[in-house]
Every structure is written in C-alpha cells, then in structure tokens.
Design a protein around this ligand. Structure first.
Ligand SMILES: NC(=O)c1ccc[n+]([C@@H]2O[C@H](COP(=O)([O-])OP(=O)(O)OC[C@H]3O[C@@H](n4cnc5c(N)ncnc54)[C@H](OP(=O)(O)O)[C@@H]3O)[C@@H](O)[C@H]2O)c1
Length: 304
C-alpha cells in the first residue's frame, strides 16, 4: 500500500480524501495546521502538526514515514484574504509549495499539487487542461507560479485544478457555499447570491475520488475537475434551498458589484471535463445529485 502524506488534511478537500479512502487503497499520514483539536484527526492513526513554511519539519516527516506520495491540499485559499495579505500568502502558498517540491525531488516522492480555476481569467469558457492561464487576482497568480515550479522541477507530478467545491467541512475549518448557506438558513436569514458569476460547482467527494483514482492508476499531468452542471451562485443557492425545504423567496439575486470584495473575480471559469470522463471514466455529480449525496451522508452519520 502506498504511503501518502496529505498536507492540509483537516481542510475541505483533505478531509474528503480521508473519507473516500474507505477501502484503504492508500495508507494516509495526515499533516494538519494550525494546532487545533480538529474532529477530522480522529479518523487518522498517523498525524503530524505541519507548517509547510517549515522545510526541516517536512523533511523529518518524509524521512521518518518513508513517504511515497504527497498531496498538497494546504493553502491560504480565501481569495480576499490573499489579496490583502500578499506577503503571508506568498510565503505560505508559493514558498510552502516550493519547499515540498524541493523535498519531493530530493527523496523521489510523487507530488500531487492542488491548484484552482482561478488560474483563468473567466472570459473564454469552457476551460480545458490546455487553455491559456491568465489569472486576474493574486491568489490565481500565486497558483500559476506554483504550477510552473512543479512542472519545471519534477517529472512525477499531478496538478489538479478543482473548481468551486462544496461539502461537509470540519467545524473548525472555513465554510464553503453549502455549509455557509445552511448556517444562514438556520438563522432564517435572507441570502444574497450573485447571478452573474458562473461555474460548474464540484462535490468535494467527487474531487477526492478522482484524486484517489489518479493515484491508483499512477497517472501524471494536469486535470481540470468540475461538476456536471454550469450554474450561477444564485441558481446553486436556489437548489440548496429547494432540497432543504427553505423558503426560496429568501434567496435574492444580486450582481457581483453588490459586494464590496477586494479581489477581482473571474466571470465564468466553467470547465470542460472531457479529460476526466475519458481518461478516468468518471462522471461527477450534477447539483441535485451532489446536494442529495451530502444530505444523505449526514443522515447516515447521525443514524449510525
Ligand atoms: N474550496 C474550493 O472551492 C477550492 C476551489 C479551487 C481550488 N481550491 C484549492 O484546493 C486546495 C484545498 O482547498 P480547501 O477548500 O480544502 O482549503 P481549506 O479547507 O481552507 O484547507 C486548507 C488547509 O491548509 C491549511 N494551511 C494554511 N496554511 C498552512 C501552512 N502554512 N501549513 C500547512 N497548512 C496550512 C489551512 O489551515 P487554516 O484553516 O488555518 O488556514 C487549512 O487547514 C487549496 O489549495 C485551494 O486553494 C479550493
């Protein structure tokens, strides 16, 4: 069984990979940050506090655990936070990734880097793996620098570009569009959602399953990963409301300009997902299937 270090293991994607490794195809060693009592850590036998800016610590873990593959899910991933805190983001996202890449080269470790749809400008969808990258915010620019560093320095690498992901997060981690909306619905709030930004939202469990398939088949290269349906954030929110029996009149459509956001947002970064359909024979969920999966998942968890 391959020994896989997942960095950012308690985040939305890291946690989903741990859940989806049900048949234990890989042996997972989790790296978490910061040092909090994440519930997700209960699912792991082997776990280490790990800050990717600390190369020595990373080296020690790779050596001690004989790591064969690293999946880097760690990142400052809030686009506005990154725009406002550029030096911190540079150190974490770029230098942190560079540290991992340098050690992968030294120890002959396969590397899976998680990138983003924000490498595209959003003006020419749909985007496939060969589309031109042209980021319009600092988060996207750093991801392009990270991708380039990976491609220039490693042979055995995978770059996964997920689009907007939704799913159950550890309660100590940041929310995503799904859990954020459920919280506002609990508070009986009106919910403002933009109707002029589009993408094909991705159930995080689909992303996790695809990454596990890529590892299982020992593939390399770049994979754009998205769900099967293109919607605006408003349409996405309406679907969540419908499937959770929330009053749909409380979901309001607004233009992107309504929010005083710091970082520019690409208008439409929808992906063409032909590669994952062809190479991996995988069809990700559409919105209804994704939300129903999550609602069932929680019901089953509560009933256990
Ligand atoms: N979620 C999306 O919609 C989406 C879409 C496209 C791409 N992505 C990319 O996918 C990857 C996973 O995203 P996610 O949603 O799972 O993110 P997430 O839930 O925010 O998890 C990221 C994890 O990385 C940790 N981290 C931050 N700084 C670190 C450091 N110096 N050393 C080690 N860990 C550190 C975070 O800790 P803190 O909580 O303390 O920051 C968090 O636990 C990221 O690269 C993200 O950019 C995400």
């Amino acid at each position: 069984m391959k020994r896989v270090l997942i960095i950012g293991a308690t985040g939305l994607l890291g946690r989903a990979i741990i859940f989806e490794n049900k048949n234990e195809k890989i042996e997972i060693i989790g790296g978490y940050f910061p040092d909090k009592k994440f519930k997700t850590l209960d699912l792991l036998e082997k776990k280490y506090f790990l800050d990717i800016r600390d190369k020595n610590l990373l080296k020690e873990i790779i050596r001690k655990e004989n790591v064969e593959i690293i999946i880097n899910c760690a990142s400052l991933a809030n686009v506005d936070y990154v725009e406002r805190n550029q030096e911190e983001a540079y150190q974490t996202n770029f230098v942190g990734t560079k540290n991992i890449v340098d050690l992968c080269r030294e120890f002959n470790v396969k590397f899976v880097q998680i990138s983003t749809n924000a490498v595209y400008d959003g003006d020419n969808p749909p985007y496939n793996e060969n589309s031109e990258r042209n980021p319009i915010n600092y988060y996207g620019k750093l991801k392009v620098m990270e991708e380039d560093y990976v491609m220039e320095n490693l042979k055995d690498y995978v770059i996964v570009r997920p689009i907007l992901m939704y799913g159950w997060n550890d309660e100590l981690e940041r929310e995503n569009p799904f859990t954020w909306q459920l919280r506002l619905q609990k508070e009986n709030k009106e919910i403002m959602l933009v109707d002029d930004i589009y993408c094909n939202p991705l159930l995080v469990n689909d992303c996790a399953k695809i990454i596990l398939k890529i590892i299982d088949k020992n593939l390399n290269g770049v994979f754009n990963i998205a769900g099967s349906e293109i919607v605006s954030r408003y349409e996405f929110g309406l679907k969540i409301a419908e499937l959770t029996n929330y009053d749909k009149s409380k979901i309001k459509a607004v233009p992107n300009s309504y929010f005083k956001e710091i970082a520019p947002r690409p208008k439409n970064t929808s992906f063409d997902i032909i590669k994952i359909r062809k190479v991996l024979n995988y069809i990700p969920a559409n919105i209804s299937q994704g939300i129903e999966f999550l609602l069932d998942f929680r019901k089953n968890e509560i009933n256990r």
